[in-house]
Ligand binder design. Structure first.
Ligand SMILES: [Zn+2]
Length: 250
């Protein structure tokens, strides 16, 4: 268990309640929406073919600093996101994790380190990032690891290969929040997305491993598109079944 002690900062409940009521919509480039107390989903966009495609990350406000899971895909939004966190919560990001090596997750690692955050990925992610000259974390973990930051505890879990060979999820047990990243497809997704580094054979078992380990999550945060449904694990499995059927028919 990693425990980080930082100067205690008072949570400004005033900010939380006022801004939560506004839904946190800011501008088209960066959206921040409250998930539940202390948990916020941020969304940025990149052009994908003809359209702008959304990418989600999450931050969690603890009483000893902010935890960030993945970073904005749109790198111009790193600073606006940190500014927004500072204005709303009077806190800094103290710990950041990227859930796999692709840039929609990892692009902010070195920026966040420069801002004083302790940055982490798994060893597997780090070797891929090193090989591909992607941004790397300062610290690595070689197995599933629990972290504590102030009043929040969470664990990382490698359930198996899927979207990539290194994709991990993050689980906040007390709140039953499963941060799935790109391993879990939004119920809005009509296909499996970028399969360049995927293992579609292993992916269904990986989903089963998640379902076995994390019973009845209250929220499941997907890497892209709408994250408000808790049916996204089943939906990912359906998309995988469709894919294997379409292969069988070819
Ligand atoms: Zn992704």
């Amino acid at each position: 268990m990693f425990t980080f002690g930082f100067m205690k900062t008072k949570l400004l409940f005033f900010f939380w309640t006022t801004l939560a009521a506004c839904g946190y919509a800011q501008n088209a480039k960066l959206e921040i929406k409250p998930l539940t107390k202390d948990f916020y989903i941020f969304t940025t966009y990149q052009r994908f073919g003809q359209t702008l495609f959304p990418s989600n990350g999450m931050y969690v406000v603890s009483n000893e600093g902010v935890i960030m899971i993945d970073a904005p895909w749109d790198t111009t939004q790193f600073q606006p996101l940190l500014d927004s966190i500072a204005a709303r919560h009077h806190q800094k990001v103290v710990l950041a994790i990227a859930t796999h090596s692709h840039e929609d997750r990892s692009a902010g690692l070195e920026f966040l380190k420069a801002q004083g955050a302790k940055t982490f990925t798994s060893c597997r992610t780090d070797s891929l990032s090193r090989a591909r000259h992607e941004k790397r974390a300062e610290f690595v973990f070689s197995q599933d690891t629990s972290f504590r930051v102030g009043n929040h505890v969470f664990e990382t879990y490698f359930a198996g290969e899927g979207h990539t060979s290194d994709n991990i999820v993050v689980w906040f047990g007390k709140e039953k929040i499963l941060y799935g990243g790109c391993l879990i497809k939004s119920t809005e997704a009509t296909n499996l997305g970028n399969l360049a580094d995927a293992n579609v054979k292993a992916w269904p078992q990986t989903i089963s491993n998640l379902q076995k380990r994390y019973r009845k999550p209250k929220y499941i945060v997907t890497g892209h598109q709408d994250w408000r449904s808790t049916k996204s694990l089943e939906h990912t499995r359906r998309l995988l079944e469709q894919k294997s059927k379409s292969h069988a028919h070819q």
